[in-house]
Design a protein around this ligand. Structure first.
Ligand SMILES: *Cc1c(COP(=O)(O)O)cnc(C)c1O
Length: 398
């Protein structure tokens, strides 16, 4: 393929992209239009939990595509019923509404909480969210997010999302009033740079919300589906939230999300929620192929072990180059660089054939395939080590 013939200009220019065009993927590896190979520790943004184009996913999609793609959201279909049952069986939730993205799942969670407030709490509608939180790019989910860069955008925002401070239970208590209906958080703030809620804070939040009759909503779009070594990160804190949202890993690379609720919180009436593609059999068949593997105890145990291995490799690199601590759980980790060199590292890594992500100028985020191999982790660490060497040398020269 000659890159010059591709019509770059017809796509809205919504982010700075490198000029590489990616054409093929397999496991932890991606290839661009020149045939150059990359070791991928971004994986579609923590999406491809079984790596690029895993056979189980490709086969599930091909089989289902040949059988039934979309009957109508107003009819039952088998893959959606089976996937909902599998999710309910492996979580503390009873009912599932499928979505096409994470943001849409969070929109659903916000609506469900508001509906619950109108039914049980005199119309209470405020959802306490957190500074640094990220819940998506629709208007309501941007409003729920505590991302500084979102603040001036698209005013006026959707009201009703007072912001507390992560790991500060008093800051949550201080915001609870008669209009409060829920507290919503990511168990690990991913986009902000992998800042975990402590397990103690998650337990305190559960106790506080239960005591005050409020819903606890966990946004597990990034942390769910095995990413932290449990199928869902709330399990690490041994709590049972009322509502959970999923996205990213649940589809293993295809657009699928989910809103899950306990029987008590699942209060939508006919007409409250819906969508043309929601719960379509094609995407749900993909979801079934994913949970089939990711939901296995042995698979999750390997995620925990590989997470610890990645952490130890990163620790060695950090020690060699005088960098900072490692944050996160399982295979969602960040390395604190202690200085704003992350964009330079990401750019050099791209040249060297390694895909990394910098959620902040001073940190790198690692979100490999959940079935990444030890060899691939070792190779990534060696490449990162070499890149840091180059950048350090460049700094001395410059
Ligand atoms: C990615 C993400 C979202 C948004 O999901 P989309 O599929 O991009 O809409 C929401 N919350 C969290 C925690 C995420 O990581």
């Amino acid at each position: 393929m000659t890159i010059a013939t591709l019509p770059f200009d017809a796509l809205m220019d919504i982010t700075a992209r490198p000029p590489n065009v990616f054409v093929r993927g397999e496991g932890s590896w991606l290839w661009d239009h020149t045939g150059k190979r990359y070791l991928d520790f971004v994986q579609g943004w923590a999406v491809n939990c079984l790596g690029h184009s895993p056979r189980a996913l490709a086969e599930a999609l091909a089989t289902q595509a040949a059988k039934l793609v979309t009957p109508s959201p107003a009819f039952y279909n088998e893959p959606s019923m089976k996937l909902a049952a599998a999710l309910a069986a492996q979580s503390c939730f009873d009912q599932v509404f499928f979505t096409n993205s994470g943001a849409e799942a969070n929109e659903g969670a916000i609506k469900l909480a508001r509906k619950y407030g109108s039914l049980h709490r005199n119309g209470a509608y405020e959802i306490i969210t957190f500074d640094g939180g990220f819940h998506g790019r629709t208007l309501a989910t941007m409003s729920a997010s505590g991302k500084k860069a979102f603040e001036p955008l698209f005013e006026p925002k959707v009201p009703g999302f007072p912001k507390a401070k992560l790991n500060d239970i008093e800051s949550v208590k201080a915001l609870i009033g008669t209009n409060t209906i829920a507290v919503m958080l990511e168990p690990i703030q991913g986009e902000a740079g992998v800042w975990p809620a402590t397990l103690e804070f998650l337990r305190d939040l559960r106790a506080l919300t239960s005591e005050r009759g409020l819903l606890l909503i966990v946004d597990e779009i990034q942390t769910g589906m095995g990413r932290t070594g449990k199928l869902f990160d709330y399990e690490n804190a041994d709590i049972a939230p009322d509502i959970m949202t999923l996205g990213k890993g649940i589809g293993g690379g295809v657009p699928l999300g989910a809103l899950l609720a306990t029987d008590a919180a699942s209060c939508f009436a006919h007409g409250d929620q819906g969508g043309t593609y929601n719960g379509n059999p094609l995407m749900c068949a993909a979801g079934l192929a994913i949970i089939d593997q990711v939901g296995q105890p042995d698979f999750l145990k390997a995620v925990t072990e590989n997470g610890l291995f990645l952490e130890s490799e990163l620790q060695r690199v950090s020690a060699r180059h005088g960098l900072g601590a490692i944050r996160g759980r399982g295979l969602l980790l960040a390395l604190d660089l202690k200085r704003p060199i992350a964009p330079a590292i990401v750019a050099t890594a791209l040249e060297d054939g390694l895909l990394l992500n910098a959620p902040r100028p001073d940190s790198l985020r690692f979100m490999p395939a959940l079935n990444v191999s030890r060899d691939e982790i070792v190779e990534m660490a060696a490449m990162l080590d070499a890149i840091l060497g180059k950048i350090g040398a460049a700094r001395c020269v410059g």
